[in-house]
Design a protein around this ligand. Structure first.
Ligand SMILES: C[S@@+](CC[C@H](N)C(=O)[O-])C[C@H]1O[C@@H](n2cnc3c(N)ncnc32)[C@H](O)[C@@H]1O
Length: 230
């Protein structure tokens, strides 16, 4: 009897000391990650597509299939995911992955290419972390400061695509964008190129509505086009 009990006890102890797999943190405060990167660009003159918060890279993979000649820059703040993305795209020379905060590194990674005349075609901000609390708004990707800084170097042919299932975030971002130099805004209904991201697919299953807009620099009488040499 005591033997059985001791086996049971040993089993119980054994179970508790098995190392648990590390869980992926659901949210990382981008302002706490200060890593900085630089990137001189790709070895070709083809246009660049950016996926901010690329997660598992399914969206990029489908885009890559449709546009194999284009270049892709992926930002993913969670290091385990960024490592998996690097592995996933290791045979694609036209895909680069950066961990760290996409907002902090956006200009240093992309401006050198834009200054060489490479087209920064689309920046996808798909289902970004909403950061609900007022005091956390600075952690969002699209902020007044980000747009103000980006307007200094981004050309009028770059399109930002913003998609979310959070109505309040959509409305607040719309206000931020509308008050910036990127006030050339269009709403749209269907997912870009018919590709639904993983997050969107999950939200649609839950019956959620999806909100989408795209925006560019607003040019008055082509003045910004001329000023930026587009
Ligand atoms: C809600 S998920 C959406 C993932 C994917 N875009 C989709 O639509 O399926 C947000 C993703 O953005 C990443 N992320 C959040 N803040 C980021 C930042 N500042 N820079 C880069 N990635 C970020 C998260 O780690 C997460 O993978």
């Amino acid at each position: 009897m005591s033997y059985i009990t001791s086996i049971k006890r040993r089993k119980a102890i054994y179970v508790t000391i098995i190392p648990m797999p590390k869980r992926l943190r659901p949210h990382v405060n981008p302002l706490s990650i200060t890593k900085e990167y630089s990137f001189e660009g790709f070895n070709n003159n083809n246009s660049i597509i950016v996926d901010v918060g690329a997660c598992k890279g399914e969206f990029t993979a489908e885009l890559l299939e449709k546009f194999p000649e284009k270049n892709f820059v992926l930002f993913e703040i969670r290091i385990p995911l960024a490592d998996k993305l690097r592995k996933k795209f290791e045979n694609n020379k036209n895909v680069v992955v950066f961990d760290g905060d996409g907002g902090r590194n956006f200009e240093s990674i992309l401006r050198p290419s834009v200054e060489k005349g490479i087209k920064l075609e689309t920046v996808f901000v798909n289902f970004p972390d909403p950061w609900f609390k007022e005091k956390h708004k600075k952690r969002r990707f699209i902020t007044p400061k980000f747009l103000e800084k980006s307007a200094e170097w981004i050309t009028a042919d770059t399109e930002f695509v913003f998609q979310t299932d959070q109505k309040f975030l959509f409305e607040e971002t719309l206000e931020t964008v509308g008050n910036s130099l990127f006030s050339n805004i269009e709403f749209f209904k269907e997912p870009p190129f018919g590709i639904r991201t993983d997050w969107e697919q999950a939200k649609i299953k839950e019956g959620d509505e999806i909100f989408r807009m795209k925006f560019k620099l607003h040019c008055l009488n082509n003045i910004c086009k001329m000023r930026r040499g587009v």
